[in-house]
Unconditional design. Sequence first.
Length: 400
Amino acid sequence: MILLMEVSSLTYLEYRAWQTFYTPLCALMLPYVAVLLITISIAGNFGFVNFNYDSIYVWIFGLPLFALPSYMASALLQHYDLPVKTTIDDDREKLSPILMALGAILVAALLFRLYQTISHGFNLFGTEEFTEEFSGKGVWAHLREMIMPLLILSLYYVRKKDYLLWTLIVLMLVIQFCYMVKGTIIIAVVSALLIRLYTGKTHMNITLVLGVITGAVLVFYMIYLVIPLLGNDGEANMNLVEFIARHFVHYFTSGTLGWSYDLDQGIPDRNDISYIFAPFVNIYNVLAGNELISPVNHFYWNTGISYTNVRTFFGTICVYTNAIEFITYTLIISSVVYTWKVLAVLFRNVYIHTILFYYCGLLAMGWFEFYFFHLSFIEIPILVLFYAWISRKEVALGQR
């Protein structure tokens, strides 16, 4: 009840500050509340472990901290009589042709890599060996990463009868699907959807909500049906369908129940803050020739249906920090995200909005895990700015 009252108050204040619900804070807290309520309703039933309500306190404490830079940024804009909500000023009605061409080249290269991976005997879809060999390391991982911002931009620009762009979108989704990491698909779609909602290209209604839920379920079933149908010469049956349904519920509660159970066990996975700053630490390690660190939690807990190593956004920060570090880091990461929010409002640029809402997509997965300790946190904005540069060069050349 404390959390619900707090989130209601923060949502109201956030809307007053920015004149919209499509903000980083709302992206972080509203999906978490929805998943939390589902978690509470199933915890202790259907084979799931009981829920530790004390695990909510880290969110009760963290959300107001995350909100402080938001309200300070809004107050600063209003102090200088600047708007707090603007739309995107874009003279383009479709994705830049040079970016479409680049997307097609990347898709072709990665589809060739997929064929190469399968032909070399890595044909068991869904396994770590397959994803690692396909595009989980080296240049192929970076080429796959280049698709993420192009996918977000394509989904923002696409129209119903834009068949060429729809084809490119489907192929990019196929690449992400073959990588078999659900988060990469969800984050791209959520990020693009938030931009469309913010700019009015798409309107929130019950049909959209049901469509998103249905799409999420279908993607989940497709991923878990690939293994028995394609990779293991198995066959689909009702037992498999039931297993996937239970695993679907496990997936959406694995962060909240994982953090809850971790707290029950006394947080044995507690570690130092270097894991939160893993992208920067690993850049230094590469330059210094040191061994890279993996921020992925190596402690797995069985929450009743399967195992989980994710702890939600604030849960993971808590695992890797002390109290002072928790406060400091929460204020820092919120300040970084809301700096992009201010830049998006001031410059009304589609590429800056892409960076902002990509971060919102990461925050929207906060019910699952903390995503800012991956290199994508740094790499995607750099790629987006590169795409903005080559797109601007294309316009400049066309005016000559």
